[in-house]
Design a protein. Structure first.
Length: 143
């Protein structure tokens, strides 16, 4: 028997909201959202609209480094950026003396796309964290 139910927490458990992170480095965001909505119900989900700004080495053995908005803008300047539909994020590559790098990031458009994707599935709640979206807050949230 489910321990939560035996302790009388069944009703509380049914009213809880799960927070689902939208920052993915692999897979498909749409598939992840659809699976969660099917399993838990869209009304019980809220998005953690984490702004991804990660710099990955393309060689084996390295770890991703978090970027600040000024560093991301400096690295992206003059480079072609691309859109990954499965990840719903933008990316670009660049070279350093130590090898090739891959930067995966969100901007206003990708965060809005993630919200639109969730809304189509019936997920109507979400959160942005400050200060990671502070430079985008005006565009995301309006005046």
């Amino acid at each position: 028997r489910d321990l939560r139910m035996s302790r009388g927490l069944g009703d509380v458990y049914k009213r809880q909201t799960a927070l689902l992170c939208t920052a993915l480095a692999s897979g498909s965001l749409e598939d992840r959202l659809a699976a969660a909505a099917e399993k838990w119900g869209p009304e019980r989900l809220a998005l953690d609209l984490q702004r991804m700004m990660l710099d990955y080495p393309l060689s084996a053995g390295g770890e991703a480094a978090a970027l600040t908005p000024p560093r991301l803008h400096a690295l992206a300047e003059g480079r072609a950026t691309y859109f990954s539909r499965p990840l719903c994020a933008r990316y670009f590559t660049y070279r350093t003396d130590s090898g090739s790098r891959f930067v995966l990031f969100d901007d206003v458009q990708t965060l809005r796309m993630k919200m639109d994707m969730a809304e189509k599935l019936g997920i109507r709640q979400g959160f942005f964290m400050l200060p990671e979206v502070e430079d985008l807050a005006q565009s995301l949230l309006g005046p």
